[in-house]
Design a protein around this ligand. Structure first.
Ligand code: FAD
Ligand code: NAD
Length: 477
């Protein structure tokens, strides 16, 4: 067996997920202090901020994926990775049930993994609010597979719309691209899609030019609620120029294979229900709890009042537990569910765990020294030990002095199409709100610098150049 057994002198630290939270933890964790086990159905990290660009082929999806094997192999001590889904966490028994749900299964595809310490970083699911038809007919935008499915569907709609003798109504329906949810995901996707049409599709398939239309549907009075008022206005104005329709105060209630039913509130307060035909429906209405998280919450009495995720304390410990931590979208710590928060939380936990290991090491040394102290005679040797103990105690106090997690908001950024972006940046003196083409260059360079690796950075730049020179690839894979 070439897989070393876990070292019995070390604690087993199990980390669930390979997203923003877990990967940022792994990046900074001194793995030699623990038996580290990573479990995730996805053997790569995904740079989600550029995922909307993959739906139109501005960026190829592999350019924003980084295999976990690639960075785990550079860690000081070996880390075990199991490509599997955690189906249940048994808090009492301190085990995680895991399931290999990929296509190829061996003799063993379900098992349990025991833990001493557990980090839950499984992210969130797509919210549908139980609206009928969403899962059957809508497409989400969260994972690589989602972006691929959207890219395929866009092309399918375009090709079907140009099928011989297609009726005018059907052409209109097929080329109506509806995005539900005016948060950043919906806005960025709508912008990317309109770019695709303006820059490539209308040239490659001139027949569709008169009928291709993007509509963004939002239940609230405006889109991008987390941005400042002038940026919301700027976004709405830019969308108008780009000819993307925004339907605010419009709540989708039902989805069928060919139309959505939405209730809109008129200025006089009256409500009307209308059917909106669509060819492509992208559903981006935010996050919901994953079943494995919901199940864990039910096992811990202190979590019974928490609704949106695992309630954590200021050290990201899941309330009501001692040895379970949570990061990212599945944790509720009064911050928005963003990559920025998740990655800072992950980095915080790495520091915490590194320090915990150091504390334990010093405490063991102290125990050993006080033992020694009793054995040596008075005088020089004893004084030396005494001095060592003093020094160690000082170090211990320093190490133990780790403050709680504090989030530092760097700002919000979103691409809104036609080479424009909006940014609310926290500046030394206050806030800076900007929108436009300069912001777009800032957006590009900021996201590029945030990419996981140099490899990713190079691939993304090459994709941008490729799309500029040759146009986006319209083959339907
Ligand atoms: P994720 O990154 O979602 O990772 C969860 C991990 O857990 C995945 O590896 C998943 O495979 C794994 N997993 C799932 N279920 C299980 C299970 N049962 N057992 C084990 N593992 C499991 N935020 C920003 O700050 N800026 C942006 O520009 C931005 N753009 C975005 C664009 C899009 C299209 C989307 C969808 C999100 C964007 N976000 C952005 C939000 C950001 O992606 C999330 O907040 C972030 O991914 C949360 O990190 P996480 O680690 O909690 O979860
Ligand atoms: P969101 O929760 O931010 O927005 C969802 C929107 O859908 C809300 O405005 C809501 O009113 C609307 N909605 C809900 N139900 C509806 C219905 N039935 N009909 C019409 N509209 C409905 O979701 P998101 O955009 O997916 O973002 C999720 C998280 O990821 C957020 O925290 C966001 O900040 C983050 N994110 C950030 C960026 C960025 O910074 N550029 C990009 C993408 C996502």
């Amino acid at each position: 067996d070439d897989q070393p057994d876990p070292d019995p002198s070390k604690k087993t630290l199990v980390i669930l997920g390979t997203g923003w939270g877990s990967v940022s933890l792994l990046k900074k964790l001194d793995t030699e202090n623990y038996n580290v086990v990573v479990i995730s159905p996805r053997n790569y990290f995904l740079f989600t901020p550029l995922l909307p660009s993959c739906t139109t082929g501005t960026i190829e999806h592999r350019s924003i994926m980084e295999p976990v094997r690639n960075f785990l192999r550079h860690k000081k001590a070996a880390v075990k990775f199991y490509e599997a889904e955690a189906t249940k966490i048994d808090y009492e028994k301190r085990v995680v049930y895991i399931n290999d749900d990929s296509e190829i299964k061996g003799d063993m595809s379900q098992t349990v993994v025991p833990f001493d310490m557990l980090v839950v970083g499984v992210g969130a699911e797509n919210a549908t609010f139980g609206i009928p038809g969403v899962r059957e007919h809508g497409l989400f935008l969260k994972e690589v597979g989602d972006a691929q499915a959207i890219r395929k569907r866009i092309m399918d709609c375009c090709e079907t719309a140009t099928f011989k003798d297609q009726s005018q109504d059907e052409i209109k329906r097929l080329l109506h691209m509806v995005v539900v949810g005016g948060g950043p995901t919906g806005v960025e996707f709508a912008g990317e899609l309109q770019d695709f049409f303006q820059e490539d599709l209308r040239k490659w398939i001139p027949d569709i030019a008169g009928n291709f239309h993007v509509t963004l549907v939002e239940a609230l009075p405006n889109v991008l609620p987390m941005f400042s008022k002038n940026l919301i206005e700027y976004t709405e104005k830019t969308f108008k120029e780009e000819t993307i329709s925004i339907r605010t105060k419009t709540m989708v209630k039902n989805v069928t294979d060919k139309y959505i039913e939405a209730e809109s509130t008129k200025p006089d307060g009256s409500k009307v229900l209308e059917k909106i035909p669509y060819g492509l429906l992208v559903w981006a209405t935010g996050n919901a709890l994953r079943p494995v998280v919901k199940d864990l919450m039910m096992q811990i009495p202190a979590q019974k009042d928490s609704r949106r995720g695992l309630a954590v304390n200021e050290y990201l410990v899941v309330k009501g537990t001692e040895n379970v931590w949570a990061v990212g979208d599945c944790a509720i710590a009064n911050y928005a569910p963003t990559a920025q928060v998740a990655s800072q939380e992950g980095a915080f936990l790495a520091r915490l765990f590194n320090q915990m290991a150091k504390t334990e090491e010093i405490e063991t040394q102290l125990l050993h020294l006080s033992d020694e102290q009793g054995k040596v005679p008075n005088g020089e040797p004893r004084n030396k030990i005494f001095a060592d103990i003093k020094e160690l105690q000082k170090r211990l106090r320093r190490v133990k002095q780790m403050g709680p997690f504090e989030y530092s908001h760097q700002g919000s950024l979103a691409y809104i199409g036609s080479e424009k972006a909006v940014a609310d940046i926290s500046w030394m003196t206050g806030n800076l709100a900007s929108g436009g083409q300069l912001t777009y260059l800032f957006w590009r360079s900021a996201y590029l610098s945030m990419c996981f690796s140099t490899r990713n950075r190079v691939l993304v730049v090459m994709d941008w150049i490729k799309a500029k020179i040759f146009g986006r690839d319209v083959s339907r894979e």
